[in-house]
Ligand binder design. Structure first.
Ligand code: CP3
Length: 342
């Protein structure tokens, strides 16, 4: 096994960590903006296998990252389950909503998602042919809680209030929604692996708003179910879980869910994570994405501090969240040089 990312995920402690970046294909790159304009809009880009593969490859060509992440979006799954989805420029995603038990029942069965998602599998097949031999290919999906927050509210929300309200009003119906998304996610990720994904990642961007038993029921339990089903079908494919802003609930998350790696946001310190999270295996993270905008000596110092703090165990260098459109590509190159010379 020569790919650096797969070695770290197998639990190897490496002298230099593999590096990639959340949202590495994105608006901070002029070549991404050009290809997106050619596609027409964001969703047309997601469903165009040739162009989606092209934007996935752009940051690999420019920076030589150790991994490529499939270009798609977590909200394609609700669309495949029957909801309308569109993106409002400058504002973000909009969806038709699910707020009652009858609307959960009316969603498409999980096994039907492949009709809509087939182009995504095509993108992965192209990428497996075109990626350099040393670059690992990551597939992904949203975790059920995060996907549900968008399905219930019809958009992104600051506090995920609508999903919490649905949970309080009708926990059985909300649980049925989580179960439908869980089943669809197993189908989707399993098909991504069949199409060539070597690693998969579950994005639970809003895990931090779940507390106590809600965290157990809606962050841990669905992740555990998805990971168990994937491990049964594809025992050798490592899984990264990202329970963003989980705070102290990062402790033991890998053991509780079966994940091979836990991705850290930038609210936890790398020293704390070394003592409390990396003891269970590989961790990923956790540079604050604002350094990609501000650059300079602070960027170099912080990237090297994280690299050294997590050097005692398996580590994948990444940001704590996605790179933002106002980032400077030169800072990305500086980050990579800093990590590799730490
Ligand atoms: O990381 C990657 O480069 C892979 C592709 C990827 C995208 N979205 C492309 C994208 C991945 C892994 C995602 C995940 C995603 N999508 C999450 C979880 C991670 C996170 O950021 O918390 C969420 C919550 C979404 C939903 C979503 N998609 C939102 C809220 C938005 C609008 C906000 C924004 O940044 O514009 C998107 C749009 C989106 N997804 C873009 C990209 C490159 C920007 C679209 C554009 O080109 O205009």
């Amino acid at each position: 096994m020569t790919k650096l990312l797969l070695r770290a995920l197998a639990g190897e402690t490496l002298p230099t960590p593999p590096i990639w970046m959340m949202r590495q294909a994105g608006r901070y790159l002029p070549e991404y903006r050009a290809t997106r304009a050619e596609a027409g809009d964001f969703l047309s880009l997601c469903y165009n296998p040739e162009l989606a593969a092209e934007v996935t490859l752009q940051p690999i060509r420019r920076f030589g990252f150790d991994a490529a992440i499939l270009f798609a979006d977590i909200l394609l799954v609700p669309q495949a389950l029957g909801l309308d989805l569109w993106f409002v420029t400058g504002e973000g995603p909009r969806l038709s909503t699910v707020t009652r038990a009858a609307e959960v029942t009316a969603l498409k069965p999980a096994a039907d998602v492949h009709d809509r998602l087939a182009p995504i599998y095509e993108t992965l097949k192209i990428l497996r042919r075109e990626l350099p031999a040393e670059t690992a290919l990551i597939g992904f999906a949203g975790a059920p809680w995060t996907v549900a927050t968008y399905m219930v509210a019809g958009r992104g929300t600051r506090d995920q209030g609508p999903a919490h309200a649905f949970m309080r009003e009708d926990r059985a119906a909300f649980s049925a929604l989580i179960e439908r998304i869980t089943a669809a996610t197993i189908e989707y990720l399993s098909a991504q692996i069949d199409a060539g994904a070597e690693v998969v990642k579950l994005f639970d961007s809003w895990a931090g708003s779940l507390k106590g038993a809600d965290f157990d029921d809606f962050a841990i339990a669905p992740a555990r179910a998805i990971i168990a089903a994937l491990k049964a079908r594809h025992p050798d494919v490592p899984i990264i879980a990202f329970p963003r802003e989980a705070g102290e609930r990062y402790v033991g998350f890998a053991r509780a869910t079966g994940a091979d790696c836990v991705a850290l946001d930038n609210s936890v310190s790398a020293d704390w994570a070394a003592d409390h999270v990396q003891v269970d295996g590989c961790v990923q993270g956790n540079l604050d994405p604002r350094h990609m905008v501000t650059g300079g000596p602070d960027l170099v110092a912080e990237a090297q501090r994280i690299t050294r703090a997590l050097r005692g165990g398996p580590h994948i260098f990444n940001l704590g969240h996605g790179i933002t459109p106002d980032a400077d590509p030169e800072n990305v190159a500086a980050m990579i040089a800093a990590v590799r010379s730490a």
